[in-house]
Design a protein around this ligand. Structure first.
Ligand SMILES: Nc1ncnc2c1ncn2[C@@H]1O[C@H](COP(=O)(O)OP(=O)(O)OP(=O)(O)O)[C@@H](O)[C@H]1O
Ligand SMILES: [Mg+2]
Length: 287
């Protein structure tokens, strides 16, 4: 069996209020017809999708504080993701929760992120893993030691970006030191605005929503573009994370770049047609 993938990043408990008739306003109350609780965050969605694609995946995250830890652990188990390398939240840390209010085909989010995103990397033996995926750039900025440990263990490394209002001064060096960088178009524009070139990483894969995705290596002059199928969007949450898994599943098997993009699009496009980032997996043929 192949060495497992380590998926590191902030792990949330998502409280998703479905089909809300309107958004709440001050002084009023809105009753939602449905509520569901799920594990959330890029590292979880990408890891769960890679697991559905037949990879062995370990989650490397701090759990949301009680009582929401049990929701995250149940979802990890349901998706076949190993939870051994997760750690309980510290005392006095707020529960890491996202409230999502789904209304008229869109969602409003209210999130509390608190405490360290991941446990101390020294607590884990990296030697048994083949690949590290980091769910968001902010986690790498917070814990650059993660990259040092992965490199010392000869692991390959991929990194999603996620939206940030500001960046660490060494962000360019961090991105240059991983193998595959997977931002979306607006994240790459924000990085360009602070002088980080689009080809900073050895391989950059840029997700472009309904247009699909493009990729190029650091040394190539040209982008490889891959469009996707036009579909009706039910909920775009986590599409980028699902794309990552489709792409990486092929890339890790050394499949040509165009096919990696096609597989990424397949998963991203499937994800926008279902609520939540990982729920489409139960509906999709993953073979
Ligand atoms: N409207 C759409 N129609 C078809 N496919 C889509 C659509 N939107 C997104 N996708 C697919 O999902 C992929 C990722 O979407 P997107 O570019 O929105 O990523 P993202 O902004 O990182 O998403 P996330 O909200 O998960 O961070 C796209 O590359 C594409 O394959
Ligand atoms: Mg994204």
């Amino acid at each position: 069996m192949k060495a497992p993938i380590l998926s590191a990043g902030r792990l949330y408990c998502d409280l998703v209020f479905a089909n809300t008739p309107r958004l709440p306003t001050f002084g009023t109350e809105v009753f939602a017809p449905g509520l569901s609780l799920h594990a959330g965050g890029g590292a979880f969605i990408t890891g769960a999708t890679l697991s559905a694609l037949g990879h062995s995946v370990w989650q490397f995250s701090t759990l949301p504080a009680r009582p929401f830890d049990s929701v995250a652990l149940a979802d990890l188990a349901a998706h076949g993701v190993v939870a051994t390398a997760t750690a309980a939240a510290g005392e006095n840390v707020d529960p890491q929760v996202t409230v999502a209010i789904a209304h008229a085909g869109d969602r409003a989010f209210l999130t509390r992120a608190d405490g360290p995103a991941i446990p101390d990397p020294a607590s884990l033996d990296f030697a048994k893993f083949a690949h590290l995926h980091i769910g968001e750039l902010s986690t790498l900025e917070e814990m650059p030691e993660l990259l040092e440990r992965a490199r010392a263990a000869n692991m390959t490394v991929s990194l999603d970006c996620g939206w940030q209002d500001s960046y660490a001064p060494n962000v360019g060096q961090l991105i240059a030191a991983i193998d595959v960088f997977l931002p979306n178009e607006s994240e790459v524009a924000a990085l360009s605005a602070i002088g980080i070139p689009e080809n900073c990483a050895p391989l950059t894969v840029i997700k472009g929503g309904k247009t699909g995705a493009r990729a190029r290596t650091r040394t190539s002059d040209t982008w490889t573009y891959k469009s996707t199928t036009q579909v009706e969007v039910l909920d775009a949450t986590g599409a980028g994370d699902a794309f990552n898994a489709g792409f990486l599943s092929c890339w890790l098997n050394k499949i040509p770049l165009e096919q990696c993009l096609t597989k990424g699009n397949e998963h991203g496009t499937a994800a926008v047609q279902a609520f939540g980032g990982a729920s489409y997996l139960t509906q999709m043929e993953t073979a």
